[in-house]
Design a protein around this ligand. Structure first.
Ligand code: C2O
Length: 552
C-alpha cells in the first residue's frame, strides 16, 4: 500500500440550517467533514491541528487499528486530548478491511458536528464481489440541534432527565424539504441516470437515534455492513444504528422521470414511545433530463413520491432486517470465527439510577438521577489515558481490573422493571491475555423506557452469533448459534427486551473501549474497556507511543 496524508484543521465555522446561523466546530470548515479515501493496505496519516478552545480527539470508527492503538482516539481511553494550539498525527494502516466506515470526534458530544466518511477501496485491480457501480455516493445521517453543543451536554448530564431531542435529522448535513426550510440549499439532491447501478455508502453518524432509510419506489440491495461484504439481499428499507455503516446498490429505473421527484427519507426507529424525535429527514433523488429538454417540459405537473417507512416502533422489522445480514463466508472471503471459547461474559446493558447530591437538579424518583450501566457498573472517565497507564505499568489509581464478568445484581427479564436498579461506579476494565477467544452475551435490561442499545467495540470486528428476546438461556440458546455465516461487524443493536451474543478473538494488544453509541448513554456511563495483553512474538506487541502523543 501507499501512504496518504491528510491535514485536519479543527476550527469554528458559521453554518446555517433551519433558518438559523450558528458557529460550529468543524474540520477544515467543512460540514460534514472531509472524506478520507484509501485502499486496503494503505497507511493513513492525519495531522490534526486544534484551533478551537475545546479539547479534541478524533476516532476512526471501525478501523481495526492492529497494533496501532495510539491512533484509535477515544479521549482518556487511548490518548489524552489534543489541547488548543496542539497537534497530533494519527498514523494507522488499513489491514484486511474494505468498504465504508467513518471518523468522528470522540470527546464529549463534539461528534455532533465533527464527522465524515472513510471510504476504503479494495486493493488495486481487485473487483467488488458485486456489479461494479457506475457511481458511488456517501449518504451520511446526522442530527442538528439549534442550541449550542455546550448547552446540550450540560442538559444531558446535569438533570439526568430524558435526552433532549434534536431539531432535525440530516442527510449529508442537510435536513431536507420536510422540515420548515428557508432555502432549497437545505436539501441534498442526488441526480441519477436511468438504467445504472449506484453504490450508496450509508453511514449513521447521528448521536442518539437508530434510523430507518428508504427511497420512494426503489429497491435497495445490501452488499456490505461495517466494511465487511455480506450476502446480497434486497430490501425496501434499511435499519442502521448509530455507529453502523451499510453499503447498498441502487439500480435506477430504465426510463426518465422528468416530472417526478423521489424522496429518500430517514426516520428514527425507537421502541420507547415518545422518547425520541420521530420527524423525518429527506433528500431528493432526481432522474437527469435527457439532453436539453425544453423548460416547458420541466414545468409540467410535478409528482412528489415519498417512501413508506416502517412505523417508528416496528421492532419486528428491525429484528428480521438484522438477521438478514450474513457474512459471505465463501472461499474468497472466509470467516475466521472462534469455534472454541476461552472466556464467557454476560453483560447486562441498560439504564439505572444513582443517588443524587443535593445541589443537583435530578429528575429520577426518590432523589436519584439516571445513569447507564454495564453489569450495574457506571463507567467513570479517568483523568489520564488508560492506554498509557497500561503501557507504562502505571495503572494504580487510574483503573482497576475487577470489571465483573456477570451482573452484580442477578438479572431476570420479566417485562416489568426489576426492583434493584441502583448502580455502582468506577473505572473498571477486563484484562484478556493475547488471543483469548471471547464470547459475550449482552442482555438489554429495558429498565426505564424500552430501547435498544447499539454497542460498539473498538479494535475488533466481532461475529454476531445469536440474538433473541426475553432472557438469554445459557442451556438452550447456544445450540442455535450461527457459526457458519454470522454477520461480522463493529456495532450491534442489543434489542430492547432481548439479547445478542457475539464472539471475537483478542488478537489486538491495547486498551479497547466498548460503549453504547447513543451519545447520551455513553455520557451516563454505558461503557467499559478491555485491556488486551501483548503476545510473546514481536508482531504481537503494541509498539511504544509516538513522540507527539498529547499529554493530559
Ligand atoms: Cu464511533 Cu467509540 O465510537
Amino acid at each position: 500500500g501507499i501512504t496518504r496524508h491528510y491535514k485536519f484543521d479543527i476550527k469554528l465555522q458559521n453554518v446555517t440550517r433551519l433558518c438559523q446561523t450558528k458557529s460550529i466546530v468543524t474540520v477544515n470548515g467543512q460540514f460534514p467533514g472531509p472524506r478520507i479515501i484509501a485502499r486496503e493496505g494503505d497507511t493513513v496519516l492525519v495531522n490534526v491541528v486544534n484551533h478551537v478552545q475545546y479539547n479534541v480527539t478524533l476516532h476512526w470508527h471501525g478501523v481495526r487499528q492492529l497494533r496501532s492503538g495510539w491512533a484509535d482516539g477515544p479521549a482518556y481511553i487511548t490518548q489524552c486530548p489534543i489541547q488548543t494550539g496542539q497537534a497530533y498525527v494519527y498514523n494507522f494502516t488499513i489491514t484486511g478491511q474494505r468498504g465504508t466506515l467513518f471518523w468522528h470526534a470522540h470527546i464529549s458530544w463534539l461528534r455532533v458536528t465533527v464527522y465524515g466518511p472513510i471510504i476504503i477501496l479494495p486493493k488495486r485491480h481487485v473487483p467488488y464481489p458485486f456489479p461494479q457501480p457506475y457511481k458511488e455516493v456517501p449518504i451520511i445521517f446526522g442530527e442538528w440541534w439549534k442550541t449550542d453543543t455546550e448547552t446540550l451536554i450540560s442538559q444531558a448530564l446535569q438533570t439526568g432527565g430524558a435526552p433532549n431531542v434534536s431539531d432535525a435529522f440530516t442527510i449529508n448535513g442537510l435536513p431536507g424539504p420536510l422540515y420548515k426550510s428557508c432555502s432549497v440549499k437545505d436539501t441534498f439532491k442526488l441526480k441519477v441516470k436511468p438504467g445504472k447501478t449506484y453504490l450508496l455508502r450509508l453511514i449513521n453518524a447521528a448521536l442518539n437515534d437508530e434510523l430507518f432509510f428508504s427511497i420512494a419506489n426503489h429497491t435497495l440491495t445490501v452488499v456490505e455492513a461495517d466494511a465487511v461484504y455480506v450476502k446480497p439481499f434486497k430490501t425496501t428499507t434499511v435499519l442502521i444504528t448509530p455507529g453502523q455503516t451499510t453499503n447498498v446498490l441502487l439500480h435506477t429505473k430504465h426510463h426518465h422521470f422528468p416530472n417526478t421527484t423521489f424522496l429518500m427519507a430517514a426516520r428514527s426507529y425507537a421502541t420507547g414511545p415518545g422518547a425520541f424525535d420521530n420527524t423525518t429527514t429527506a433528500a431528493i433523488l432526481q432522474y437527469q433530463h435527457r439532453h436539453l429538454l425544453s423548460s416547458s417540459t420541466t414545468s409540467a405537473t410535478k409528482l412528489l413520491l415519498k417512501p413508506k417507512l416502517p412505523f417508528f416502533n416496528n421492532t419486528n422489522f428491525a429484528t428480521i432486517f438484522s438477521k438478514k445480514i450474513r457474512s459471505l463466508a465463501n472461499s474468497k472471503f472466509p470467516i475466521n470465527i472462534p469455534k472454541r471459547i476461552d472466556r464467557r461474559f454476560f453483560f447486562t446493558v441498560g439504564l439505572g439510577l444513582t443517588p443524587c447530591s443535593k445541589n443537583q437538579n435530578c429528575q429520577g424518583p426518590n432523589n436519584t438521577k439516571l445513569t447507564a450501566t454495564i453489569n450495574n457498573v457506571s463507567f467513570v472517565q479517568p483523568n489520564t489515558a488508560l492506554l498509557q497507564a497500561h503501557f507504562f505499568n502505571q495503572s494504580k489509581g487510574v483503573y482497576t481490573t475487577d470489571f465483573p464478568a456477570n451482573p452484580l445484581v442477578k438479572f431476570n427479564y420479566t417485562g416489568t422493571p426489576p426492583s434493584n436498579i441502583m448502580a455502582t461506579s468506577g473505572t473498571k476494565v477486563v484484562v484478556l491475555p493475547f488471543n483469548t477467544r471471547v464470547e459475550l452475551v449482552m442482555q438489554d435490561t429495558s429498565i426505564i423506557g424500552a430501547e435498544s442499545h447499539p454497542l460498539h467495540l473498538h479494535g475488533f470486528n466481532f461475529f454476531v452469533v445469536g440474538q433473541g428476546f426475553g432472557n438469554f438461556d445459557p442451556n438452550k440458546d447456544p445450540a442455535k448459534f450461527n457459526l457458519v455465516d454470522p454477520a461480522e461487524r463493529n456495532t450491534v443493536g442489543v434489542p430492547s427486551g432481548g439479547w445478542v451474543a457475539i464472539r471475537f478473538r483478542a488478537d489486538n494488544p491495547g486498551v479497547w473501549f466498548m460503549h453504547c453509541h447513543l451519545e447520551v448513554h455513553t455520557s451516563w456511563g454505558l461503557k467499559m474497556a478491555w485491556v488486551v495483553m501483548d503476545g510473546k512474538r514481536p508482531n504481537q506487541k503494541l509498539p511504544p507511543p509516538p513522540s507527539d502523543l498529547p499529554k493530559c
